[in-house]
Ligand binder design. Structure first.
Ligand code: TXA
Ligand code: MG
Length: 351
């Protein structure tokens, strides 16, 4: 299959530029498009064959449900069996934006799209290209992240092409995305609102709107070894994995640098190619052939923004062993560490 690449202005895409992509997705084809979080791989959410194509292109297990993207709140009312008050409040506060809500579905959304579950994940993205594309298509778009299953999520159209060129119909290139980590997922289908996947919209922000919010015990690092199953099927798989071996070194800053430098020297002596993830603040303190700067601690969002790109860069460089500091930053730190721990297969060293 030849994958068409369409370049658009990320702030103000022209309708004419999106026309071909709209035609493709309305006819059951697959179109990758930018959102404010990561690139999504879109197909018609009400067409089971389109969902099957999505699973196939990504190499994704078909019991891992897709997120349905909408551009107007009335579309949510069309596909759920009821709209709880909390969903309205959260939509008012955070939509369009990087929040996904899980609600009981009705019959319009096929079980293929929801991986066999009777709930559906719904999100209204804020990216101007995603919004205009949804509006012109005039359908609900099922879209997981546009990466091969198990690879870091794509934050540029080039990342999408690396994984999916020749396997999907079209990629809309709207430049590099803003946030760089997938949306926060909140389950509103039963009991108290519960975070199934941390993201830019953190617990504190949610609690200002709906009161107490739980965190799915299955996603907490302390439960990683205890086989507590995360509720979101996608959080159960080893995910976001670079090809090399990543280790997180936690502790007081100077000690961390010292330990990483020691490990790098040891690995190098054993013939491995080694890399370090550093920050603007720490990079000059490392001694290593490959040091990639992820961002600045004084701007924690820069770290989220660059994480997936950095993991892909290490793959490209063929790095076999990688070390990183931890990033328990105040606002988006929980989301960063959730992804980083998965990328590291939960391998951490305390100093
Ligand atoms: O930011 C995002 O959410 C991006 C962009 C493209 O919108 N999408 C994304 O989709 O990250 P994906 O498929 O990579 O992740 C969806 C996650 C998976 O962990 C999946 O298991 C979970 O959402 N999920 C979807 N429907 C669910 C449901 N009904 N119940 C529980 N978890 C669900
Ligand atoms: Mg994904």
């Amino acid at each position: 299959m030849k994958t068409i690449l369409i370049n658009v202005d990320s702030e103000k895409p022209e309708d004419g530029e999106l026309e071909e992509a709209v035609r493709i997705i309305r006819n059951g084809g697959l179109v990758a498009f930018p959102t404010e979080t990561v690139y999504g791989l879109g197909g018609d959410a009400e067409n089971p064959e389109a969902s099957e194509k999505i699973y196939a292109a990504k190499g994704r297990p078909s019991d891992n449900p897709l997120i349905v993207h909408i551009w107007d709140f009335s579309q949510l009312e069309e596909i759920v069996s009821s709209v709880p008050e909390n969903a309205r409040k959260l939509a008012d506060a955070f939509w369009p934006g990087p929040l996904t809500m899980i609600l009981p579905k009705n019959d319009r959304i096929p079980l293929t799209t929801t991986g066999g579950l009777n709930t559906v994940a719904i999100r209204m993205p804020s990216h101007p290209v995603a919004r205009r594309f949804l509006e012109l298509s005039n359908i609900k778009i099922a879209a997981p992240s546009a990466n091969t299953s198990g690879r870091p999520s794509p934050t540029t159209a080039q990342h999408v092409a690396e994984d999916l060129d020749g396997k999907i119909d079209c990629i809309i290139d709207g430049g590099v995305v803003d946030i760089g980590l997938e949306s926060t997922i909140v389950d509103l289908s039963e009991g108290l609102p519960t975070i199934l996947r941390p993201g830019y919209i953190n617990k504190e922000m949610l609690e200002k709107v709906v009161g107490h919010v739980e965190i799915d015990p299955g996603i907490l690092d302390i439960n990683a070894e205890k086989k507590v199953k995360p509720k979101a099927p996608g959080m159960r798989y080893k995910h976001y994995a670079p090809k090399g071996d990543l280790t997180i070194v936690e502790g007081q800053e100077d000690k961390v640098v010292e330990e990483i430098n020691r490990l790098v020297a040891e690995d190098k002596a054993n013939g491995y190619s080694v890399g370090v993830i550093a920050t603007e603040e720490s990079r000059d303190k490392y001694v290593c052939d490959t040091i990639l700067t992820i961002g600045a601690r004084k701007d924690e969002y820069s770290i989220a923004h660059n994480l997936y790109g950095i993991l892909r860069e290490f793959d490209e460089l063929g790095i076999q062993k990688m070390y990183t500091e931890d990033f328990e930053t105040p606002k988006i730190g929980q989301a960063i560490m959730n992804r980083l721990l998965k990328a590291a297969g939960h391998k951490t060293i305390q100093v």
